[in-house]
Write a protein that binds this ligand. Structure first.
Ligand code: ZN
Ligand code: ZN
Length: 109
């Protein structure tokens, strides 16, 4: 039973997992469970035992918000160009690498 013992150790010393209680409601019969167990497992148990006509209906009060509006990110594909910015006293040309599209300076050469 080595595996069982190991599981127990893991259970008693969870890495840093907060025990989140999950509320599971059956709309069909009014059954309610507040559990920290895997919700699909708890629900499956109720769904099999639900006395409501037509079977259990899981009520989900709030679904995690679906990000329909993504934050506006101006993703620039950056068309890099070298732009001469200076000529040193020794006659060496200095360049800056900039994006032709957004104007960001991305380095120097
Ligand atoms: Zn039910
Ligand atoms: Zn750019």
């Amino acid at each position: 039973m080595g595996l069982v013992w190991l599981d127990r150790v893991h259970f008693e010393n969870p890495p840093s997992r907060a025990t989140a209680l999950i509320e599971i409601v059956c709309e069909a019969c009014g059954w309610l469970a507040i559990t920290s167990q895997p919700p699909h497992q708890v629900w499956a148990e109720h769904a099999a035992a639900c006395s409501a006509v037509g079977g259990a209906v899981r009520y989900v009060p709030e679904l995690p918000p679906v990000p329909t509006l993504l934050p506006e990110v101006r993703a620039c594909t950056h068309r890099l160009v070298r732009r001469q910015i200076a000529v040193t006293a020794a006659g060496v040309k200095r360049y800056a690498v900039v994006c032709e599209l957004c104007g960001r300076r991305l380095g120097s050469a």
